[in-house]
Write a protein that binds this ligand. Structure first.
Ligand code: ADP
Ligand code: ASP
Ligand code: MG
Length: 405
């Protein structure tokens, strides 16, 4: 008998009617001869609504992260109960488990906890009793028993980590699109479904804005070699297989395009060009908890230079305050400038390792579309540019076309 982990995202369980359909699908999977663990997310919009309410009751104070996790975990807890009830109502035998009940242990970092280990004995015991296990995504327990959550989109991670822990034969991420596309199909209408993608490409796409998979879940899958499939919860079309790289994959130079909105840029001008300056800036930023993305430092011809970095717009205020506080220490000539209203466009593909000219082709396409590039960054398998946010969707379409995706 095979062992399958399925994960149903927020839209797929977004109404009681949809939960009913998901229940049927899960039961069919079991009846076709498998043991099934189904991980479910909160119903679409619920997590955001809970965050909104937390902010409302907290007024100017920030709610404590401990209470945030107690609150946010209720979204998934609602769905596991409803999904189990729906399966039981059509003659199945389902049981719901919270993250803690399923033996998912994390560190104590509320709202972004990392899974430290999974003790799947209870899951195995219930499966052996012919239960379908309905598992709450996105949550676990700290070593001292506090409820933790795994970061936005964290139900993907629950599914992949549980699949690794119970050595599942198959892990399916069931969502509202047919798989991973060459670009978000909501942005590029003629984006195409990718049949197979490597962990590294999926990871680069996920971490540069393709929210179809949570990036940490892909990192985990790569580390523990969990091959998984992203497919639709609404039909039976074949999805996208995410797996280890093999030589055939290199023949495709650009696998996909991602865009990331709501970015911001901080530039510190006229900083002394001497050892320790960058360390001081980024030490302070790191201590403030702000996560930064690109960093660019100009070549200096004088004794001074400019350093720019990008970050999510929601962190701009904190970053500004942090830099302001240390500006005098950096040098007496230093000044700071900030910009928001920018976004990032990335092209990703492992074939870039062995093909040149991708960046040139991308820049040419953008130039033909009169789109100005503000910053550039590259890695072995990615070229990314910062442009005006309002140009992002147009740019994604132009570049998609230029690479014939
Ligand atoms: P779920 O609720 O199932 O976790 P998400 O909303 O997190 O679903 O992810 C699915 C969405 O991701 C799609 O509706 C799509 O708009 C978006 N998306 C972004 N980039 C891509 C991509 N490259 N391929 C497919 N979907 C993408
Ligand atoms: N409900 C959580 C979120 O909206 C986790 C998830 O859906 O994966 O981020
Ligand atoms: Mg998701």
């Amino acid at each position: 008998m095979s062992l399958i982990v399925q994960k149903y995202g927020g839209t797929s369980v977004g109404s009681t009617e949809r939960i009913h359909n998901v229940a049927k699908r899960i039961l069919e999977t079991q009846r076709a001869g498998s043991q099934v663990v189904a991980v479910v997310s909160a119903m679409a919009g619920v997590t955001n609504k809970l965050i909104e309410m937390a902010n409302e009751v907290s007024a100017d104070n920030e709610p404590t992260e401990r209470e945030m996790d107690v609150l946010l975990s209720t979204g998934e807890q609602t769905t596991i109960a409803l999904t189990s009830m729906a399966i039981n109502a059509i003659g199945g035998k389902a049981i719901s488990l919270t993250g803690a009940q399923a033996g998912i242990f994390t560190d104590g970092e509320h709202t972004r906890a990392r899974i430290s280990n999974i003790s799947p004995d209870e899951v195995h015991r219930l499966l052996d009793e012919d239960h379908i296990v309905i598992l709450a995504g996105f949550q676990g327990s700290s070593p001292d028993g506090r409820i933790t959550t795994l970061g936005r989109g964290g139900s993907d991670l629950t599914a992949i980590a549980m699949a690794a822990a119970i050595d599942a034969d198959l892990c399916q991420i069931l969502t509202d699109v047919d798989g991973v596309y060459t670009c978000d199909p909501r942005v590029v209408k003629n984006a195409k479904k990718i049949n197979e993608i490597s962990y590294d490409e999926m990871l680069e796409m996920a971490s540069s804005g393709s929210k179809v998979m949570q990036s940490r879940s892909v990192e985990f899958a790569k580390k523990f070699c969990v091959k998984f499939e992203v497919k639709s919860s609404l039909n039976n079309n074949p999805g996208t297989i995410v797996t280890e790289e093999h030589p055939n994959m290199e023949s495709v130079v650009v696998r996909g395009i991602s865009i990331e909105k709501e970015q911001a840029k901080v530039t510190i001008e006229n900083v002394s060009d001497e050892p320790g300056v960058a360390a001081k800036i980024f030490q302070a930023i790191s201590e403030s908890g702000v996560i930064i993305d690109m960093i660019v430092q100009n070549v200096s011809k004088t004794n001074h230079t400019d350093i720019s970095f990008t970050l999510h717009r929601s962190d701009l205020k904190k970053a500004k305050q942090t830099i302001e506080a240390i500006l005098n220490e950096i040098s007496d000539t230093a000044s700071m400038e900030t910009t928001d209203g920018i976004g990032k466009l990335s092209v990703v593909g492992i074939g870039m390792r062995s093909h040149s000219g991708v960046a040139a082709q991308m820049f040419e396409a953008l130039a033909n579309g009169s789109i100005n590039i503000q910053m550039i960054s590259t890695s072995e398998i990615k070229t990314a540019v910062i442009i005006q946010e309002e140009d992002l969707e147009k740019a994604a379409n132009i570049v998609h076309e230029a690479f014939n995706l």
